[in-house]
Design a protein around this ligand. Structure first.
Ligand SMILES: Cc1ncc(COP(=O)(O)O)c(C=O)c1O
Length: 403
């Protein structure tokens, strides 16, 4: 017991405990915090759907028809017809044969990546003997989300980490691997840097090494592509090597995760993935809400248009200032500050001005790579964005990132 107290006190003494703001309402993007009104430049509710009247009405219908929760797991009596309907809708959106729903996006990565390698093991229970021995290896971008790292760790398979977006490095790791099944794993949009994985190039590398590509489209689904279909639509890709993962908790404004795959992988995952079959999944109101969200994204393209207009407006204004923007291709536009203390200081000044921007620091990013991770939203007004840029402008001499 003693070591927990000792470690907790040691960490606290070094100021490593991040202060987490407690909020009194959800960002739309305006919200209440510490008894005052603030504007969030950090919410993943990109399109403002979490409070959309159609979403609330749909959730209410689900609640009234089915009750508050599903007290069974999918494999033991809890396999509601509405799960199947939503899975078909998600699969169609991603251009895949089938999809599987999970309680959260985090659980999707944990469950799918850890059980992809277990198909043969499962079949052996029934007497299957592979002609050649299978061995698996994951090739993972160093900046991938923590749930990816954890999922791969749980799989017990080899993990080879390539430098961020460095396809030559990836290529050499693939060439040096003797695994019979190779899976490249990447975020679609990287959550701390906001850049987009070059999926067509990754698929070309995968083709050369007969690998699969697993893409986590948490921040792309509903946001990227002509109709919000995500990273595959953005690049116009349909490829049997692709496994597409997404969350329902960001642009879709609800909660849950999914993976869209070809028929065989989907069938095997339904058998082998305990995070899919052996836990209670989405409550019915969330299933109704997500299904409605997919329709709203299609029916109301003006929301995505506003999101991208706001993104361009902010990037253009920031380009007149001497800050370094980590990337400028998605609604996540991190402003590099560098030193952790200065990052926190500027974040506090923004908060005093009623603007909430996440201060992202080590260990979420490398040391001295502190940044204010601005996330644009369809609901931001030009006046709100001007206020944010104004605080950056007023403080530029004090907080400029070291080059
Ligand atoms: C890239 C990425 N993958 C997965 C997740 C987990 O999603 P969820 O919050 O739905 O569990 C996140 C959440 O921040 C994310 O940014």
């Amino acid at each position: 017991m003693k070591e927990f107290k000792e470690i907790a006190e040691w960490i606290e003494a070094r100021g490593a405990v991040h202060e987490i703001p407690r909020v009194e309402s959800l960002p739309q993007p305006g919200f209440r915090m510490d008894g005052a009104d603030h504007v969030s430049f950090s919410t993943n509710n990109y399109l403002g759907l979490s409070s959309h009247p159609r979403m609330i009405a749909a959730a209410r219908t689900g609640l009234e028809r089915y009750g508050v929760g599903n007290c069974e797991s999918r494999l033991l009596g809890g396999d509601l017809d509405i799960y199947d309907q939503l899975e078909q809708k998600l699969a169609a959106m991603k251009g895949k044969d089938t999809a599987l729903l999970f309680a959260t996006g985090y659980l999707t990565n944990l469950g799918v990546l850890s059980s992809l390698v277990k198909a043969g093991q499962f079949a052996r229970i029934y007497g299957y003997r592979a002609r050649n021995r299978h061995s698996y290896a994951f090739f993972t971008d160093e900046y991938n989300h923590v749930s990816i790292r954890e999922g791969i760790r749980l799989s017990g398979a080899d993990r080879l980490t390539y430098r961020h977006l460095d396809l030559d490095h990836l290529d050499s790791l693939l060439a040096g691997s003797s695994a019979t099944s190779k899976v490249i794993v990447t975020d679609g949009v990287f959550s701390q840097d906001g850049d987009i994985a070059p999926l067509p190039d990754l698929l070309a590398v995968a083709e050369r090494h007969d690998a699969m590509v697993y893409v986590d489209d948490a921040h792309g689904t509903g946001v990227l592509g002509a109709s919000g279909g995500g990273i595959t639509e953005h690049f116009g890709l349909h490829d049997e090597r692709l496994i597409c993962m997404g969350t329902l908790s960001k642009a879709y404004g609800a909660i849950g995760g999914f993976v869209a795959t070809d028929r065989h992988i989907g069938e095997l995952l339904r058998l082998t993935c305990s995070a899919y079959g052996f836990t209670s999944t989405l409550p019915p109101d969330q299933v109704y809400a997500v299904s409605e969200a997919i329709d709203i994204v299609a029916d109301e393209p003006a929301r995505r248009q506003r999101l991208w207009d706001n993104q361009r407006y902010f990037v253009a204004a920031m380009r007149d200032l001497p800050y370094r923007l980590v990337s400028t291709t998605t609604p996540i536009v991190p402003v590099l500050i560098g030193d952790e203390a200065r990052t926190d200081h500027l974040s506090a000044l923004l908060r005093e001005a009623g603007l909430h921007v996440d201060s992202v620091k080590f260990p979420a990013v490398a040391r001295n790579q502190g940044r204010l991770r601005v996330i644009l939203n369809a609901g931001h007004t030009r006046a709100q964005i001007d206020r944010l840029v104004g605080v950056f402008r007023d403080n530029q001499d004090r907080f400029l990132a070291a080059a």
